[in-house]
Design a protein around this ligand. Structure first.
Ligand SMILES: NC(=O)c1ccc[n+]([C@@H]2O[C@H](COP(=O)([O-])OP(=O)(O)OC[C@H]3O[C@@H](n4cnc5c(N)ncnc54)[C@H](O)[C@@H]3O)[C@@H](O)[C@H]2O)c1
Length: 444
């Protein structure tokens, strides 16, 4: 992975957007020997990166960035133009949030394309790495307004928390292009990585990304529905998952019950998939079902917390909930569309006070986090969060929560307090032995 083990390539890359995908893409390509300039419109991010700080929590990323910077292969600049100027290949890694009607909002992509259009080198390749709906390759071509450059789709499949590993050891790389030569130039960038490369037409590459996220969301919704069934019939979801996951046609990954899926991708991409299908005359009813099951799962977690607090539906006035975990999953500081925040918002609407701890929200919070956590009392350790709580809820599978000192929790929250374990992280027997009550997902 170290740049010293790679020979320097003569290709100059530009990366537009230095978020979870752009920063990982830029740093990892630099670690493969390419010379990379990353540009972002956010001056705070650019300053942090130039000061040697990584603005996000992502395992191993800081080391890859610093090694590449020391080797002179990675630079950070302000703005898309500065990143694209002189580049042979430019990656667009800007947000594609959900629009009002469920479709992907392409305004960031279009703005970035407008910015880089005038400065692109003749023959340059522009790569959509952002998740964009079918037809976006053509849309970017139109905005660029240049007939001497190429547009290629190269969707990214990395997961937050394991982004560097996923980028450098992917299951596959997908490249969609009308022009075979342009696709091969992008494929060559991955030459240092041992992985199958699938070259398709643009529409197929764009569909692959949405279909992959839709399928993964479906697996989680499926296991959450099975967990609900386990509760109804008195089965144990862990045994059921072991039994079905060991069938190689099914596979055990992504079959972990929880509070419902969230994060910056699945919610918007699953809705966009429904919308893309609808716009092309197909009613993707199965995907609508997947989304509905996820909403039901969040509601089931709210109901468990209310039961744990010993109150009726929607009657949480005077109840304090001790919340453990705020990020949408462990290993990231990303709060976007976190199930924890969706559930907490319902609890607060029903009158609850929520006191929360998450390992990534300790100390002074960056402005966007402070906004997302408004109204929640955020404390700096787990025991402070459960202190005097009427009910405790574990929302994120941080490993430290699995090692909670349960006697200390019982002492701080009070004997008999229920822990609603939305991640099935704790051993119910040990929780009960500590004098607490336990409610997990799909198990007793
Ligand atoms: N986060 C993930 O796990 C993940 C995985 C695969 C694909 N994706 C997709 O990748 C895309 C980016 O996601 P992300 O999570 O990295 O987003 P992000 O919000 O973390 O980062 C986007 C960055 O782009 C910058 N930006 C916006 N407009 C710009 C412009 N005109 N010029 C320069 N910089 C600009 C923003 O300031 C921000 O730093 C999305 O389409 C997303 O769906 C994300």
């Amino acid at each position: 992975m170290s740049s010293s083990t790679q020979s320097r390539s003569s290709v100059r890359l530009g990366v537009v957007g230095t978020g979870y995908v752009g920063l990982t893409t830029g740093a990892c390509f630099a670690s493969l020997g390419h010379s990379v300039v990353c540009g972002d419109i956010d001056p705070r991010k650019v300053d942090l990166l130039n000061g040697g700080h990584i603005p996000i929590v992502e395992d191993g990323l800081e080391q890859v960035v610093n090694t590449a910077r020391s080797a002179g292969l990675l630079e950070f600049v302000l703005g898309a133009e500065a990143a694209a100027e002189g580049a042979d290949i430019v990656f667009l890694c800007v947000p594609t949030p959900q629009g009002d009607d469920g479709s992907a909002d392409l305004s960031y992509i279009e703005a970035a394309a407008e910015q880089i259009g005038p400065v692109l080198k003749p023959g340059a390749v522009v790569v959509n790495k952002s998740t964009v709906p079918v037809g976006s390759t053509l849309a970017v071509e139109r905005v660029l307004g240049r007939d001497d450059v190429f547009v290629v789709s190269n969707p990214e499949f990395l997961r937050e928390g394991t982004a560097v590993r996923d980028f450098l050891q992917p299951d596959r790389v997908v490249i969609g292009a009308k022009n075979r030569g342009a696709a091969e130039r992008v494929a060559d960038l991955y030459a240092g990585i041992d992985t199958p490369i699938l070259i398709t037409d643009p529409a197929s590459a764009e569909t692959i990304k949405y279909a992959a996220n839709g399928f993964l969301a479906m697996k989680i919704s499926f296991v959450n529905a099975v967990a609900a069934m386990c509760e109804a019939v008195g089965a144990d979801v862990a045994s059921v998952v072991e039994g079905i996951g060991s069938d190689q046609r099914i596979g055990g990954q992504f079959l972990r019950p929880g509070p419902g899926w969230g994060g910056s991708c699945f919610p918007k991409d699953s809705r966009a998939l429904v919308k893309i299908a609808e716009d092309h005359g197909y009613d993707f009813s199965m995907m609508r079902g997947v989304i509905d099951v996820n909403s039901e799962q969040l509601e089931r977690m709210v109901a468990k917390i209310e039961r744990g607090a010993g109150v009726g539906r929607g009657r949480l006035h005077g109840v304090t909930v001790g919340a453990l975990g705020l990020t949408f999953k462990a290993g990231t500081d990303d709060l976007r569309e976190s199930p924890a925040l969706a559930i907490i918002s319902e609890l607060r609407a029903a009158g609850a006070t929520v006191r929360a701890f998450d390992p990534t929200t300790v100390g002074e919070l960056p402005p966007h986090h402070a906004r997302e956590l408004e109204g929640i009392e955020v404390v700096d350790d787990a025991l402070a969060a459960v202190d005097g709580a009427d009910v405790v809820a574990i929302f994120t599978e941080w490993p430290e929560f699995a090692k909670l000192d349960l006697d200390a929790v019982a002492a701080r929250a009070g004997a008999g307090t229920t822990i609603v374990d939305t991640r099935n992280l704790l051993d119910p027997v040990l929780v009960r032995e500590a004098g607490l009550d336990y409610d997990g997902v799909g198990r007793r």
